[in-house]
Design a protein around this ligand. Structure first.
Ligand SMILES: Nc1nc2c(ncn2[C@@H]2O[C@H](COP(=O)(O)OP(=O)(O)OP(=O)(O)O)[C@@H](O)[C@H]2O)c(=O)[nH]1
Ligand SMILES: [Mg+2]
Length: 499
């Protein structure tokens, strides 16, 4: 089973994701960017429930810790806003789980509307939602969860036509797996005829319609319809002694009641089994998108708007794709700068190789948010191709200029040193003059090819050096005295011999 991650052991353990201000407005905390350290896909485990019911303690146990998220010993609410565990748990190479601890619901310090916002946000952000409550699932417990009944008034899926009422089923598509944890549960799980029952059977039974309880049945139906993937676990009290219970984090895990530990381990196993990547509309949510999502939902809530999942998500996808495209082009540019621009001139094939490598690395940046399945991705892919083509053409152009300069300088230097000086000193003479010139030309050509790179090589050779050679040959060739007696011309020379 996965345990506390090795992604960033230096990271502070718990960090605020969302603060609740004095006017109960929501702020995304600056340290929330910790979530964006995970570039890949995330699973999000969120816990919510009434205040002072051991939520933070339980979340710590999911992380294999006795103290992690803050646990308070008094009656005063302890967790405020929404907190994130700063060290994501690695589930696979490119897949991490992040954990959200939320402020308890129902405290005297908050209004029902603020509770609703915290619950909505936790539901919207999680892929596995743990609902924590004390004791059995009775009418009180169902009542306590009645906030869920109002959920569709506080969140819109945004799938239906504008203005048309939204069905519970539409919203359910966007809701996480639901795990109801019953704390201090000491009853025996058995059916009416004494048959053994699993905790899931118990949940299903408790959520079934009861005759003559129309109002509660509506709540039950709502819970059933909203959370189609659901399960339940029960736990006894972790310790029997009240004083120990108050400072539970000070006790060693091994000192907790064995049955409680077995139940916690069963619960942990279940959570890690049902945990799944956070998805919206089939698109996976990456760390940075998760932080953005939290921020956009907060903005909507603060502006007294109802967060609309679908439009927030498409806005975020566009935003993320724009960011990924920008980063990908920067990565391509940086690689081309380091591996090409610093080394100009280069052979055209070498430049193409560098381009291929840079493009592959940049493509990884473009796809790291795992949004390839989104229809908008193709558009950005085309844009990416065009932009890197532009950069490549720019680098190729600079390679041409650098190559031209290098080839020209080299051609001038070699020609002056190997041929021109000898020509001026009249050292090519007699019948062997042309032959000697051709030997020097071979040396020049060999050195030129060794010392120069890039696309201008052939151009300088054919359009600069060859004409110079032709002029030399013509200078050294005596004028043909008679028609038909052409001892040596440039073209006959090419036919006879030099490479
Ligand atoms: N009865 C009981 N108390 C528990 C259990 N687990 C933890 N506690 C105690 O409950 C108190 C609150 O624990 P927390 O984990 O801070 O509870 P919380 O739900 O996160 O509290 P808020 O953040 O204030 O909503 C502490 O004194 C814990 O020792 C449990 O299973 N049963
Ligand atoms: Mg807490």
């Amino acid at each position: 089973m996965a345990r506390v991650s090795d992604t960033d052991v230096e990271a502070p353990a718990r960090l605020p994701l969302l603060d609740v201000g004095n006017a109960e407005e929501l702020h995304t905390s600056s340290s929330s960017s910790s979530g964006s350290r995970v570039r890949n896909v995330v699973a999000v485990v969120g816990i919510a429930g009434l205040y002072r019911t051991g939520k933070s303690f339980l979340l710590n146990r999911l992380l294999g810790l006795q103290s992690g998220f803050e646990i308070g010993p008094s009656v005063n609410p302890c967790t405020k806003g929404i907190w994130i565990w700063g060290q994501p748990v690695k589930l696979a190479a490119d897949y991490h789980a992040i954990f959200l601890d939320t402020e308890g619901l129902g405290s005297a310090q908050r209004t029902a509307s603020c509770d609703m916002q915290i619950l909505s946000l936790c539901l919207l952000l999680s892929s596995c939602f743990i609902y924590n409550s004390m004791g059995a699932i009775d009418e009180v417990a169902i009542d306590d969860l009645n906030l869920v009944l109002n959920l569709s008034r506080h969140i819109h899926a945004g799938t239906g036509a504008k203005g048309s009422p939204e069905s519970t089923a539409e919203l359910a598509r966007y809701l996480p797996t639901f795990m109801w944890v019953l704390r201090d549960f000491h009853m025996k799980l058995e059916g009416s005829r004494g048959e053994a029952m699993t905790s899931k059977d118990y949940l299903e039974k408790a959520l079934g319609d009861a005759p003559g309880e129309d109002q509660h049945n509506e709540l039950r139906r709502n819970i059933r319809e909203l959370f189609t993937e659901r399960d339940c676990v029960t736990m006894i009290r972790p310790v029997t002694d009240e004083a120990d219970l108050r400072h539970i984090e000070r006790k060693k895990y091994e000192e907790l009641r064995p049955q409680f530990r077995a139940q916690v381990e069963e619960f942990t196993k279940k959570v890690y089994m049902v945990i799944k990547p956070k998805q919206v509309d089939g698109g996976h949510v990456s760390g940075p998108m998760f932080v953005q999502l939290a921020s956009e939902y907060c903005k909507a809530i603060n502006m007294s708007r109802v967060p609309v999942i679908k439009s927030t998500w498409s806005y975020l996808i566009q935003h993320q794709l724009r960011e990924s495209l920008k980063e990908a082009v920067i990565r391509y540019r940086d690689i081309m700068k380091d591996r090409a621009l610093q080394c100009l001139p280069m052979r055209a094939e070498s430049l193409r190789e560098v381009h291929k490598g840079a493009k592959a690395e940049a493509l990884q940046v473009l796809t790291q948010a795992s949004l390839e399945a989104d229809p908008a991705f193709q558009e950005y892919r085309v844009d990416f191709r065009n932009r890197i083509r532009q950069v490549f053409e720019e680098v190729s152009g600079r390679n041409n200029v650098a190559s031209q300069r290098q080839c020209q300088d080299c051609a001038d230097e070699l020609y002056r040193r190997i041929i021109e000086e000898k020509l001026q000193q009249g050292l090519y003479k007699g019948p062997g003059a042309i032959m000697e010139l051709m030997q020097d030309w071979n040396t020049l050509q060999q050195q030129f090819v060794e010392k120069t790179y890039g696309p201008a090589q052939v151009d300088v050779l054919t359009n600069d050096l060859f004409p110079r050679l032709r002029i030399c040959v013509e200078k050294l060739t005596p004028k043909p005295p008679e028609r038909g007696d052409r001892t040596c011309t440039f073209s006959s020379m090419l036919a006879t011999g030099w490479k």
